[in-house]
Design a protein around this ligand. Structure first.
Ligand SMILES: C[S@@+](CC[C@H](N)C(=O)[O-])C[C@H]1O[C@@H](n2cnc3c(N)ncnc32)[C@H](O)[C@@H]1O
Length: 211
């Protein structure tokens, strides 16, 4: 999982895997999580995270409240008018991921994604259009027909990733998780593609073999 930021999506994935697959989830661990930002990865390795009310709702609904405890060493933060409360991730949850600093522009060209999943969610627009295209081409080159690709397209970070992946050979997979709904943040897009794409938007991608 590239561009994992504070770990929210990697923790969500781990919690869902544990709840859905129970014992069988262990073959997916540790999930490899990386980001170009060292301070973010340092916080991840220190088990630090800030949760807002929707996060708390999610962990309560999923019966995993004990995986997080309030962190008294840090203060509550307010971002875009949303309150983020400091928590610590417990050792069990921390042990399910391996966090490191990586630049997806390099890693996509250097790693083998055959038979595995690459996810780069909501981070594409931090890179130029040429770089996004190169990342997509790299993912394609290093994937096989068992690879699953995952991107994110929240309104805040809507990117050209879906188009670039398709231009480079990936096929989108229809899924009911794609939604055009606004995020719960103010939609101050930093990444809206300059031109509306002719390609359909997908979140999941695969490299199809010859039929
Ligand atoms: C908006 S956050 C997305 C976090 C999380 N994946 C999500 O969807 O909520 C974007 C992240 O992508 C990371 N990022 C941007 N360009 C990157 C690159 N070239 N290599 C690795 N990480 C990158 C940023 O550092 C940032 O943490």
């Amino acid at each position: 999982m590239f561009g994992c930021s504070d770990g929210s999506d990697v923790y969500t994935l781990i919690i869902n895997l544990l709840n859905e697959l129970k014992e069988n989830a262990k073959k997916f661990f540790p999930v490899l999580a990386s980001d170009i930002s060292k301070p973010l990865i340092d916080d991840l390795n220190a088990g630090k995270i800030y949760l807002h009310s929707r996060d708390i709702e999610f962990i309560e609904k999923n019966g995993v409240k004990e995986l997080f405890t309030r962190n008294p060493e840090e203060r509550t933060r307010e971002i875009f008018g949303i309150e983020f409360v400091p928590y610590k991730v417990n050792d069990f949850l921390k042990s399910k991921l391996h966090a490191s600093v990586k630049d997806v522009r390099e890693a996509s060209g250097a790693e083998d994604f055959a038979g595995s999943v690459f996810a780069f969610r909501n981070g594409w627009t931090f890179n130029t259009l040429d770089e996004q295209n190169r990342i997509a081409a790299n993912f394609y080159k290093n994937s096989d027909t068992d690879t699953l690709g995952i991107i994110g397209q929240s309104d805040l970070f809507k990117s050209n990733a879906s188009e670039f992946l398709q231009r480079n050979g990936f096929q989108g997979i229809e899924s009911d998780i794609f939604t055009r709904k606004e995020t719960d943040y103010p939609s101050k897009s930093i990444g809206m593609p300059p031109v509306r794409s002719d390609y359909p938007e997908f979140l999941l991608f695969e490299k199809r073999g010859a039929v």
